[in-house]
Design a protein around this ligand. Structure first.
Ligand code: LFR
Length: 493
């Protein structure tokens, strides 16, 4: 029988879920059993704005999903005679909500795929000096890094009213507990954190405000940073009556989903690369210090901050978004192809017929992916994929090629020897895609260990549990718990 329970809230770009994590076993032999107690849809919502359209997140829908899910987690724990010992929240990175002096939310958060971000990053980096900037924050250039969103957003009518900028998990945690913090793994994706000191960077923040005075007192709008494992606070009285729970502590886990997913890598040593495979594929290695070289910046490799002082040295590969968006646009045009059908068709399609750069900026926005793939094929003098099998095969071959490229780049640029990586761990929903795992093993020449599927939720749960003393030990010990909790499949090259 389980000896303790925690709730892990994991919000992704296409769905959110609340998991009850039941802790079994004696100290040193623990494992976690996950039970999904709630799942709700998520996705960018297009709203007319001026002559164009804005993409927002439906935050209140997510909030309701979190409250209902926490209630369900409490009920499921009580059925085993347990109280929830802790709550952890993680989500996609970079996006934020604004609140005013009275604490009220000022509008829905923007989605990082919002079209108004086009061209902003380049302008900002030209002004600040891209090289010096990277030497401090070590962050890849993505159009949606929070700093660029803030520059664009400083023109909004609500900005002068905003007194607090909160990334999504921090915002939800503040509603649950009444306490506002900024958890560092997610904060490291804002661009405003010094990757070496793990603190807000006065250099970056002051430089940004000098260049864009409309940002005003930006530092004053950011909460103080906390590390994963710190207790944010306890559920407020209001939230207790909304959820039926007691004064459960909310723990700042790796609130960036990728940080939690990398905790959820079931590796026994440090000689691994990972692919956190969901909407995005985050491909990289774990380091104990950032790599801030010129070569690293030019390769657009990022240094995001991880749990227990680690650095996630990785590349963003466009990921299964390309496939899910292909299927979605087909469905909208009356051609309903299930994921299973798509993968079966790709399985028998000609291998390596068309391999495109799926990281091209044209794949970022929602829209007709098969048209964009055709365009990329034409532009690179390759055959245009035709029919479900060829289109889906093109996506998967292209993703596997991008993974292999990224693994080579991060290994080389991090200065670790060529034997630094002996296996690739694929965690997250994409670990269930057997064809993609096989193609990845072939493209990299390394064994691919697939699983757990709920890597982020597991990584979230073990850090939350350790934060309140239900687990102890190092990151390697936590990964041992993950390993004992997971069914893994190995694909040999
Ligand atoms: C994955 C992820 C990535 C981040 C992207 C946008 O879900 O968090 O790590 O680059 O979403 O936030």
């Amino acid at each position: 029988a389980p000896v303790a329970a925690v709730a892990a809230v994991d919000l992704g770009a296409t769905s959110g879920r609340v998991m009850l994590a039941l802790l079994h076993g004696d100290p040193g032999r623990e494992r976690v059993e996950l039970e999904e107690v709630a799942r709700f849809a998520n996705g960018p919502v297009e709203v007319p704005e001026g002559d164009g359209a804005a993409l927002h997140w439906d935050l209140l829908h997510l909030w309701r999903g979190v409250l209902d899910g926490l209630r369900a987690a409490g009920v499921a724990a009580a059925a085993r005679g347990l109280d929830l010992g802790a709550i952890g929240i993680d989500s996609w990175a970079v996006d934020y909500g604004l609140t005013g002096a009275d604490g009220a939310l000022l509008g829905n958060p923007r989605c990082y795929r919002d079209p108004r971000l086009e061209g902003v990053a380049e302008k900002v980096l030209d002004t600040l000096g891209a090289e010096a900037h990277y030497r401090v924050n070590g962050l890849q250039t993505q159009p949606f890094n929070t700093e660029f969103q803030l520059v664009a957003g400083a023109q909004d009518a609500v900005w002068p009213l905003a007194t607090s900028v909160r990334l999504i998990p921090d915002l939800l945690a503040s509603w649950l507990t009444g306490r506002v913090v900024a958890e560092v793994t997610n904060a490291s994706t804002t661009g405003l954190v010094d990757a070496t000191t793990r603190q807000w960077s006065p250099t970056v923040i002051d430089g940004l405000v000098r260049a864009y005075p409309a940002l005003g007192d930006l530092r004053g709008r950011l909460a103080d940073l906390v590390e994963p494992g710190d207790v944010v606070g306890h559920l407020t009285g209001r939230v207790r009556s909304l959820t039926g729970l007691g004064a459960v502590p909310v723990v700042a886990v790796g609130t960036h989903d990728t940080a939690s997913a990398v905790v959820g890598v079931p590796a026994a040593d440090d000689r691994f690369a990972y692919v956190s495979s969901g909407t995005w594929s985050l491909v990289g290695v774990e380091l104990d210090a950032p790599v801030l070289t010129q070569a690293s910046r030019e390769a657009n490799v990022t240094n995001e901050l991880g749990v227990d002082g680690t650095v996630r040295y990785l590349k963003n590969v466009m990921g299964l978004w390309v496939l899910s968006e292909t299927l979605r646009t087909w469905r909208e045009s009356g051609r309903d192809v299930s994921l299973a059908e798509a993968l079966a068709a790709a399985e028998t399609a000609e291998p390596g017929r068309t391999v495109v750069d799926v990281d091209g900026p044209q794949f970022l926005a929602p829209g007709d992916m098969s048209a964009r793939l055709a365009e990329a094929a034409r532009a690179s003098g390759q055959p245009v994929p035709d029919g479900v099998g060829q289109v889906v095969r093109c996506v998967l071959d292209s993703l596997a090629a991008a993974y292999a490229r990224a693994v080579d780049q991060v290994t080389e640029l991090s200065g670790r020897g060529s034997d630094a990586v002996t296996a690739i761990h694929v965690v997250g929903g994409g670990s269930q895609n057997a064809l993609l795992c096989r193609l990845t093993a072939e493209a990299t020449g390394l064994p691919v260990v697939a699983g757990p599927t709920e890597g982020a939720a597991l990584g979230n749960a073990v850090v939350a549990a350790r934060g309140v003393g239900l687990l102890t030990g190092t990151l390697t010990d936590l990964r041992g718990v993950v390993r004992r909790s997971s069914t893994l499949v190995t694909y040999e090259p």
